[in-house]
Design a protein around this ligand. Structure first.
Ligand code: AKG
Ligand code: FE2
Length: 299
């Protein structure tokens, strides 16, 4: 779901001087949320654009959206003014926060040629996953703002409807995925995401079609699983790929993913990254969102 910003809204946003944000702990301060909402609500066609965004993320069959902020990035650059506008759009969906105490609100995801290629900022295939999969309270939304695509043309984003993939599995397979047997990654020094969840069930909801599908294809190699449990996870991984959509984020594109519905990942960057100067490589900014508890089921 791609959402263009109406021309008159773009023009108004380019002239809108949003103030710097304040944090309350690791969350965007309520005063900033209110200030941004008030300022943005006064611009033409903002409310309908925000409503379209929320509908794309939480309406029937929805679960992700790409806000096309490229013209704003072109006019404003990708520094503070642009980031405040993106933060303002995010705040229309849920409360922006940073689970990583040492990181700013927006976390850089650059490209490191010597890192594990399958991980964040690696150069390889970043397989389907949810972010903070091993937290009892993962972020409701993960969001990625594209500053620079891969100049060599690689790295399309991949998205897949997690509940649709689960629904295509056999009942036996689903029963295995509901067992508390899976684990992945480390957990320390995180804010706002609950406690470590280990081991966790992949199917975490009270009913089919609800709740998180706690999955990361990266856990397949690492978990001490029974053969049947591992096979069930591999079948889910296959179904996710079968149902995937993929697209290349353009400069200024803002991808927002409802983690209760969709899993995400990224195809490999193009070969030859070591020939690209570090300052020219792909750069995304990541921000997480927490849905307010009184917002009703986000799924
Ligand atoms: O590089 C990307 O497009 C996705 C990165 C990602 O999913 C992550 O860092 O969690
Ligand atoms: Fe991710």
């Amino acid at each position: 779901m791609f959402i263009d910003i109406p021309r008159e809204l773009e023009a108004a946003l380019i002239d809108l001087p949003l103030p710097a944000w304040d944090l309350d702990g690791s969350f965007l301060a309520t005063s900033t949320m209110k200030r941004y909402q008030t300022e943005l609500a006064a611009t033409p066609r903002f409310e309908e654009t925000a409503a379209t965004l929320r509908q794309a993320l939480t309406g029937d069959g929805g679960g992700y959206a790409v806000l096309r902020l490229g013209n704003l990035a072109k006019a404003l650059g990708t520094g503070d003014r642009f980031r405040r506008l993106a933060t303002g759009f995010a705040a229309e969906v849920a409360v922006p926060f940073s689970p990583f105490p040492r990181w700013p609100l927006w976390k850089d995801i650059g490209v490191k040629v010597d890192k594990d290629p399958g991980k964040s900022s690696g150069i390889g295939y970043n397989a389907f996953h949810m972010d903070l999969v091993n937290a009892t309270l993962p972020p409701d939304y993960t969001t990625l703002l594209c500053v620079r695509p891969d100049p060599l043309g690689g790295g399309p984003s991949i998205l897949s409807d997690a509940h649709a993939a689960v629904a295509r599995l056999s009942e036996d397979c689903r029963a295995l995925l509901a067992e508390s047997a899976y684990h992945y990654g480390t957990f320390f020094d995180l804010f706002g995401v609950g406690d470590e969840y280990k081991p966790f069930p992949v199917l975490d909801g009270p009913k089919p079609g609800e709740g998180f599908v706690r999955f990361t294809a990266k856990m397949l190699a690492r978990s001490e699983l029974s053969q049947a449990q591992a096979e069930a996870a591999r079948e889910l991984a296959e179904e996710l790929v079968r149902g995937q959509v993929s697209f290349m984020l353009q400069p200024g594109d803002y991808l927002i993913v409802n983690q209760r519905r969709f899993l995400h990942g990224r195809e490999a960057l193009h070969s030859g990254q070591e020939t690209v100067p570090a300052a020219d490589r792909r750069l995304l900014l990541q921000l997480f969102l927490r849905a307010p508890i009184d917002a009703g089921p986000a799924a």
